[in-house]
Design a protein around this ligand. Structure first.
Ligand code: SAM
Length: 329
């Protein structure tokens, strides 16, 4: 369904497009320098570069007053693997366009409505995940963010007296996040940070050592991670989650093998290789993906409860990925 724009919205969109045209050459240079520095600095520090991409989306949504995330706004200023001034400069066309006209590009909207094309995956992720947290949190006692990156959801959730919060990530990325949260004055004292590598470690053992109770229903958030893992690690993680008590849920996103045929994929592949975070795991894009995913979840002992494709699936066009929630049977 195409949404109808009012005349004011159309004018705002046109003015914003004009700003983009004016700023584009400068934006391109800034963006390239920003990315080059991000790749270089992340490699040098041995921390995640890709985690900055969804964080930037949440930061922009915060800057535009769509989704408040003070902790994100503070943390992003002090992360040492990117240049905050560069990020701000690259965001000028969007921020200025919004200030002058109130226009919000669809890519950034929150809450996101409708079926998102693949390019809108980051902003729809925020909408899908926030809604899932609201829906499933009343039924759980623990919240575990697997591959948490620089997400700051637990900063708020830690104040929920009923919920114990845990974050799992690779040691260096997690250590840097903890240090920088402390540096920018964000209280994370109620969050248990658990280092683990999904490819080589038993992350559940590490969680248990930090006070996680496998007998309590748990919300697992696994956002922006599955495609970086091997099939074996991905399957092991789903099967481990399936051993949790009923009421437990995992919310995750995934990519499909349609990405491999996309010409733009070569560019992103090169960037991801450069930051040593190559994407390796893909779900079959054979339509309908929802059916494949439901069958896959079933084999792991989970039941698919929600699903959203990136892009419309037709006989000729395949979905590039999507978002899902699966509950323990
Ligand atoms: C694209 S980021 C997503 C971060 C966060 N979930 C978000 O959506 O903002 C991927 C995250 O997964 C983590 N990760 C990737 N491979 C991992 C592995 N083998 N074990 C543990 N964490 C991993 C990275 O360190 C990074 O923080």
């Amino acid at each position: 369904m195409h949404e109808r724009l009012t005349t004011a919205e159309l004018l705002a969109a046109l003015l914003s497009a004009l700003l983009w045209i004016v700023f584009f050459p400068v934006w391109l240079v800034v963006q390239m320098l920003y990315m080059a520095h991000l790749i270089f600095a992340s490699r040098k520090l041995g921390v995640s570069a890709t985690a900055l991409s969804p964080m930037t989306m949440r930061w922009l949504q915060h800057q535009l007053g769509l989704r408040r995330d003070e902790a994100c706004a503070k943390l992003i200023k002090v992360l040492p693997n990117h240049c905050y001034a560069g990020l701000h400069a690259a965001a000028i066309p969007v921020l200025l366009g919004h200030r002058l006209t109130g226009f919000v590009p669809k890519k950034l909207r929150y809450p996101y409505e409708g079926i998102p094309p693949p390019g809108h995956s980051s902003s729809v992720r925020a909408t899908f995940v926030d809604a899932a947290i609201e829906r499933y949190l009343p039924g759980v006692e623990q919240f575990v963010e697997l591959g948490a990156g620089y997400d700051t959801r637990t900063v708020q959730l830690q104040h929920n007296q009923r919920i114990s919060c845990f974050e799992v990530d690779l040691a260096k990325t997690q250590q840097m996040k903890r240090e920088r949260l402390h540096q920018c004055g964000v209280d994370a004292s109620g969050i248990k940070f658990v280092p683990a590598n999904f490819l080589t470690d038993n992350w559940l053992d590490n969680l248990a050592k930090a006070g996680f109770d496998p007998r309590k229903p748990t919300f697992f958030l696994w956002e922006g991670v599955t495609y970086y893992l091997s099939r074996e690690a991905m399957e092991k993680t789903f099967r481990t989650i399936a051993t949790m008590p009923p009421g437990s849920v995992v919310v995750f996103d995934y990519g499909t093998d349609a990405n491999l045929k996309d010409p733009l994929c070569h560019l992103s592949k090169a960037v991801l290789k450069a930051v040593r975070e190559p994407q390796t795991f893909w779900i079959s894009s054979e339509p309908p993906v929802k059916k494949n995913l439901a069958a896959l979840m079933d084999t792991y002992g989970l039941s698919l409860s929600e699903h959203l494709n990136y892009g419309r699936e037709t006989k000729r066009k395949r979905a590039f990925g999507g978002l899902a929630a699966a509950v323990v049977k």
